[in-house]
Design a protein around this ligand. Structure first.
Ligand code: INR
Length: 318
């Protein structure tokens, strides 16, 4: 008599039992799974590869090893195992076993909203510090995330930890416009240079996203909320002012630059009223239009805003 129903078992991992679907990453589904021998909980991500060429396999494997190396950081969700298999119709499937975290920042913020309370300032500071440390680690290894957003930041509520997820497969996988489930991808955290069609964008795109996430943790709602690329740009320009050649040299030469309404920039103190002066200074440096002038993750970690944060709490954690 089998103890577990066959459909609950994950095809390649005989010992893993599916508990529930916890997410749809950019490239595939993520399940909460349980090791039937040890009772341990993991997150299992199932990916379909776009291409079947031998060359793609090699570069995919290279990316996986990069992911593995990155996941040695305590600020990045840990990748524990990888299996690559070919299914009945010859498509390549990739199974990634990760550490499981009980929540993501999107759910975490929503849970506070439901209780009509704001995130405590110490939590915002602690989370932002950990995010900057994680991004700094990725950038030091030459990896950009490109899609940082609250649902890609996993939260361990008990220990007050936050970790970056959904990383690093940006080169072998075709960057999707829509998720494979046809859900529309969010543009709210996308840097203006990307929205303007800059093809040579840099690690600075991630810091723009971090700035948007910082503001959102304080505001309890997204700072820039557009439902199309043009609406997203308008939303940014309405808050921070329409950029021009004097504040962002080269902006009018970008591929998708048009003539926009001329908005004046608003004071960040009014847009994000709960942040203290050093928090506002850091936010302002993250939401700098000119990518080369935008604060780096490495510099952000050293910002005075974090001076009173107890950093020893992040040492020796997994
Ligand atoms: C949760 C997710 C809890 N845990 C969403 C989630 C809501 C609540 O995506 C997740 C993951 C987890 C997750 O516990 N481990 C991983 C996601 C991902 C990797 S990825 C690992 O790469 O974003 O799909």
């Amino acid at each position: 008599m089998p103890i577990f129903k066959k459909e609950k078992k994950m095809e390649v991992y005989e010992n893993l039992e599916k508990i529930e679907k916890i997410g749809e990453g950019t490239y595939g589904k993520v399940y909460k799974v349980k090791d039937i021998n040890t009772g341990q909980i993991f997150a299992l991500k199932k990916l379909k590869l776009e291409n079947n060429d031998e060359g793609v396999c090699v570069s995919t494997l290279r990316e996986i090893s990069l992911l593995r190396a990155l996941s040695n950081s305590s600020y990045i969700v840990r990748l524990l195992d990888v299996k690559q298999i070919r299914n009945k119709v010859g498509k390549l499937l990739l199974y990634l076993v990760f550490q499981h975290m009980d929540s993501d920042l999107k759910q975490y913020i929503t849970s506070y909203c439901r209780r009509l309370t704001k995130l405590p300032p110490q939590i915002i500071k602690s989370f932002l510090y950990q995010i900057c440390k994680g991004v700094s680690y990725c950038h030091s290894r030459g990896v950009m995330h490109r899609d940082l957003k609250p649902s890609n930041l996993l939260v361990d509520q008990e220990r007050g930890l936050i970790k970056i997820a959904d990383l690093g497969l940006g080169r072998t996988f075709i960057i999707p416009i829509k998720k494979y489930t046809h859900q529309i991808m969010t543009l709210w955290y996308r840097a203006p240079e990307v929205l303007l069609g800059d093809t040579l964008y840099s690690t600075a795109v991630d810091m723009w996203s971090v700035g948007c996430i910082f503001a959102e943790m304080s505001l309890m709602k997204p700072l820039f909320k557009g439902d199309s690329e043009i609406n997203q740009l308008h939303s940014i320009f309405r808050c921070l002012g329409t950029p021009n050649e004097s504040i962002w040299p080269g902006v009018t030469k970008l591929r998708d630059w048009h003539i926009y309404p001329q908005w004046k920039n608003n004071d960040l103190r009014i847009l994000v009223p709960d942040l203290d002066p050093s928090g506002l200074d850091l936010l302002c440096k993250m939401l700098t239009y000119e990518p080369s002038k935008r604060i780096s993750a490495k510099k952000a970690v050293e910002h005075p805003y974090f001076a009173d944060l107890d950093k020893s709490q992040f040492e020796n954690v997994i």
